[in-house]
Each structure stands twice: as C-alpha cells, then as structure tokens.
Design a protein around this ligand. Structure first.
Ligand code: 1GP
Length: 254
C-alpha cells in the first residue's frame, strides 16, 4: 500500500496532483535520465511508464531503471498488456478497461498478469479504466466502445460500477494526443456521484486546461505528450502549477 498511500496523502495535501506518463516507445533510456530529473523538478508526484504500441518488458525494465537512478519519484506501470510488467517498478495500476467489447481487456489480461505481479512483488493498485471520445490509439487497441465525453451520466455510472466492484481509482481517458481533453463539466458530474479517486488524462497541453479539470474534481491529472515537446521544463511546470492551483481551490471549498 506504500505508493497508494503516498498518492492519497499528496492528494489530501494538495487537492490534486500531477503524474507524468513516459512512453518507452517514444523515449530512449539515454533521454530518460534527464527527463526524469526535469519531471521531479517540475513538481510531478509520480511517473507512470507505459504505451499502447511496440513496448515489451525489456524496454520497460531499461527505462524504469534509468528513471529510478535519476529521481526519487515512485514509478507506476501503466500496462497495455501482460508483456509490459517490469520488476523494477514500485507499483502497477491493476486496471480493467471497463468499456472494452473484448473480455481480454476487461479480465483476461489481468488473469495472466496476476501471477507476474505476484512474482515480482509489485504493489497492485486497483483501477477502472474508461475510454471516452476519440480514445486515441488505446481506444483502438483496447477495442473500446468509447463514450461521448459529454455523456457525463453514462461515464459516471461506469465510474460508480467501478467503485462498487472495489476499485479505488477511476481513470477517465480521452486518449493520448487527442485535440481536446475531457470537458471539466463531465468530471464535475462524475465527482458528484462517486467516492473514488478520479484520474484524468488525454490531450491536456495547457495550464488552464489542467487547472479547470483539477478544479472540477480530478484528483490526478496525467500528461504524456508534452514531454515530447520543446521547452518541456517550462511547459511541465506550468501544467503542474495549474493542477495545484485547481486542487487548492477545491481544498478551500471543502
Ligand atoms: C494517455 O492520458 C494519457 O494515456 C496522457 O495523454 O499524451 O495526451 O498527455 P497525453
């Protein structure tokens, strides 16, 4: 429970936290070292590692080892399949793609992955994964029947089902690199119905977007694509500041 407790403690303190997502397909281990230091300096709370395409366990291993050598942030695996589980991570999102039409992504991969997680002694954090809107590559690979982002009442019921199934986090995923993030009004609606931690990601590129989503109720904001852009340090710092500003305004209200 170490990583989960750390995340929850940070959420309690800050209102909302930021996690950087690193994709092994897009980043060589050489670049990863300096990027990990930048991520820590910019104020991310943790690093997630994963990607939908062309990732295997040895790529995960190499990248995670370099990240761990260069910063003190916990590394959480964001698995796309059973071959992306690395023994060098601190934890894994043990996740189910709730709106997939293929049972493999709902429970099949999890059955195969469970033994590996156990063998590696990884902390498994239960999470319900809901893909909305465009859904990006993960929506295609995961065979998701994506939900329109404005259908807040449907997304909220998926999230509530996840809660009743015992999942402690729900990830509302717009898809990596999509043009627009999930609307804050949808997050606000979901937040009003459920009592689990809400993770939001996909298409967040500006401070204002991050702040609005945090203010609306996102406990965790995930960004990945901005790490591949120029001037990453400033961009990342701005996003993280937005997340914390949104979180602070939520703390004040409660
Ligand atoms: C993808 O939600 C994450 O799984 C991050 O999306 O790459 O668009 O930041 P971006």
């Amino acid at each position: 429970m170490k990583v989960e407790r750390y995340l929850n403690d940070e959420i309690e303190k800050k209102g909302s936290i930021h996690i950087s997502l690193v994709d092994p397909e897009k980043l060589s281990p050489i670049e990863a070292g300096s990027l990990a230091r930048i991520i820590e300096k910019a104020g991310s709370t943790a690093i997630m590692v994963g990607g939908s395409l062309n990732v295997n366990e040895s790529m995960m291993d190499e990248l995670i080892k370099v990240i761990k050598e260069n910063c003190n942030l916990p590394v959480i695996i964001f698995p796309s399949n059973v071959n992306t589980i690395s023994r060098y991570a601190d934890a894994i999102w043990f996740m189910s793609l709730l709106n997939s039409i293929n049972t493999y992504f709902i429970v099949g991969a999890q059955v195969q992955g469970a033994a590996i997680v156990k063998k590696y002694g990884l902390e498994a954090i239960p999470m319900g994964y809901i893909i909305v809107g465009d859904g990006g590559t993960v929506g295609i690979i995961g065979q998701a029947r994506t939900i329109p982002p404005t259908k807040a009442e449907v997304i909220a019921l998926y999230a509530l089902a996840a809660q009743y199934l015992g999942m402690r986090y729900v990830y509302i995923e717009g898809g990596s690199g999509v043009p627009e993030p999930v609307p804050p009004a949808t997050i606000e609606y979901v937040k009003g119905l459920v009592n689990v931690k809400i993770i939001v990601g996909g298409g967040i590129k500006k401070r204002e977007q991050a702040e609005a989503l945090a203010k609306a109720g996102a406990d965790i904001i995930v960004t990945g694509t901005i790490l591949e852009e120029r001037d990453v340090e400033n961009k990342l710092r701005n996003i993280v500041e937005g997340v914390h500003a949104g979180g602070r305004s939520r703390l004040k209200k409660s």
